[in-house]
Design a protein around this ligand. Structure first.
Ligand code: LLP
Length: 420
């Protein structure tokens, strides 16, 4: 957890969070630099204990939180990047991440995005279909390049996570059917612009047990052996996203156990290992600060109406995800609230029947574990400006993204002459 009480004030590192709320207004995202670095280094350490440092690359999944300051912080720790769009490529490069550590994933990369990636010479492109493979080879030939690719295989393994973030079952849109992989590697061998040197897999996000990872990785290891027998020079395996985190009472596996499993299942292949953690690097490093707008009594319920809403943090309304609420001042929890936002739908609900201390209008609360898939998924619904983002380091804190203004949002609208 990136926050703790000091003198009965909720702090992130050495900074009392009311200072940030007072200075920048609410809702505002706050991230702990220290926690982000620790989380990244925990991966580095765990993997480093089971393989040489040169044997793996940690490509941070930018989609979880792609703020430039976060990317730069991670780059300085030695992180690479997993990107899924031209926009994320732009951000990763601006964050200083070297192309030699950037992997391009994604189920529907456009020709323009692929061309840019090939021109830049990224470390690896993860291919999702035969037509995409053909397109990459064609573009590479035109640009006089040879592109290192990995097929992302769909191992048909249930990640046992939320249905909307499950990606490795046969009915999901992701990857190529693992049974068809040998034919695709054979096809790739015939194409002049690509070199299929890797196998990639990603079965879903927020996995809280090792078993599905192990099952998927074992299928990948089998495939690598088959491909090698068929004469393919497979030198890399991309293991996809990282482990899940604790939002409420989940107990994700210890990283050392994960690393030991990777050593047991993938180690014997002597490949370069790529891993693309996102959530577990930034999730618990962030909170969304919000103030109570009103406390409203319904017929049976007490509603705590916050100034943060589903447009700021979509996870509760989209996935029914649980994000705890921590008041700025510690007090005994004794009142049952439904915690909601001001947006005009019932789905704009953070928590139902949650026991919290008595709160009143103007009180500050932190919506916990919001560093991953928070700010990046926010929208302008209800013409609500995107919240500011602040990075905390020790006693220091700085704005790393300005709050949008309503003028910013509306500036791109146009009224055609024939309407005016
Ligand atoms: N690699 C690939 C190919 C991915 O698709 C993802 C996440 C990751 C890596 C990073 O996975 P992580 O380490 O964060 O579990 N918006 C959803 C999560 C979507 C995850 C999409 N892919 C949420 O808020 O729960």
């Amino acid at each position: 957890m990136a926050t703790q009480y000091r003198n009965n004030s909720l702090c992130m590192e050495e900074v009392a969070l009311d200072k940030i709320a007072d200075q920048f207004g609410t809702p505002v995202y706050c991230y702990s630099a220290d926690r982000i670095e620790k989380n990244f280094n925990a991966y580095r350490k765990a993997l480093g204990l089971v393989m040489p440092d040169s044997g793996f690359t940690i490509c941070y999944a930018c989609k979880a939180n792609s703020n430039l300051a976060v990317l730069r912080l991670l780059q300085k720790q030695g992180a690479g990047a997993d990107i899924v769009s031209g926009g994320e490529l732009y951000r990763a490069l601006k964050g200083g991440i070297p192309v030699s550590k950037i992997v391009f994933s994604g189920v529907g990369k456009s020709e323009a995005e692929l061309e840019e990636a090939i021109r830049r010479g990224l470390f690896q492109i993860n291919v999702e279909s035969e037509p995409e493979l053909e397109m990459i080879s064609r573009l590479a030939v035109r640009l006089r390049k040879k592109v290192t690719v990995a097929f992302r295989v769909n191992p048909n393994v249930d990640a046992r996570t939320h249905a909307k973030i499950t990606t490795g079952k046969k009915e999901n849109k992701f990857g190529v059917d693992i049974r068809q992989a040998p034919a695709l590697y054979a096809r790739a061998k015939k194409l002049p612009g690509v070199e299929a040197a890797g196998v990639a897999v990603h079965i879903g996000s927020q996995l809280t047990s090792l078993a599905p990872f192990r099952k998927a990785y074992m299928r990948v290891a089998e495939l690598v052996k088959t491909l090698r027998k068929q004469g393919h020079n497979i030198t890399r395996v991309d293991l996809g996203g990282g482990i899940g985190i604790t939002y409420k009472d989940e107990t994700p596996p210890d990283l050392s156990l994960y690393a030991a499993m990777v050593r047991d299942v993938i180690g014997p292949l002597s490949v370069h290992v790529i891993i693309e953690p996102g959530r577990s690097i930034v999730g618990d490093a962030g909170v969304l600060l919000s103030r109570v707008v009103q406390v409203k009594k319904g017929r049976d319920k007490k509603f705590l109406i916050l100034d943060a809403a589903m447009n700021d943090l979509m996870r509760p309304s989209l996935y029914g995800a649980y994000h705890a609420i921590t008041p700025f001042k510690k007090a005994k929890a004794k009142t049952l609230y439904d915690v909601v936002g001001p947006v005009c739908e019932t789905g704009d609900t953070f928590l139902i029947d949650e026991k919290l201390p008595e709160l009143k209008a103007g009180d500050l609360v932190a919506i916990m574990t919001s560093g991953a898939y928070g700010a990046v998924m926010s929208s302008n619904y209800n013409t609500r400006p995107l919240a500011a983002e602040v990075l905390v380091k020790g006693k220091k804190f700085a704005l790393v993204r300005d709050c949008q203004t309503v003028e910013d949002i509306v500036a791109r609208d146009k009224i055609p002459g024939w309407v005016a």
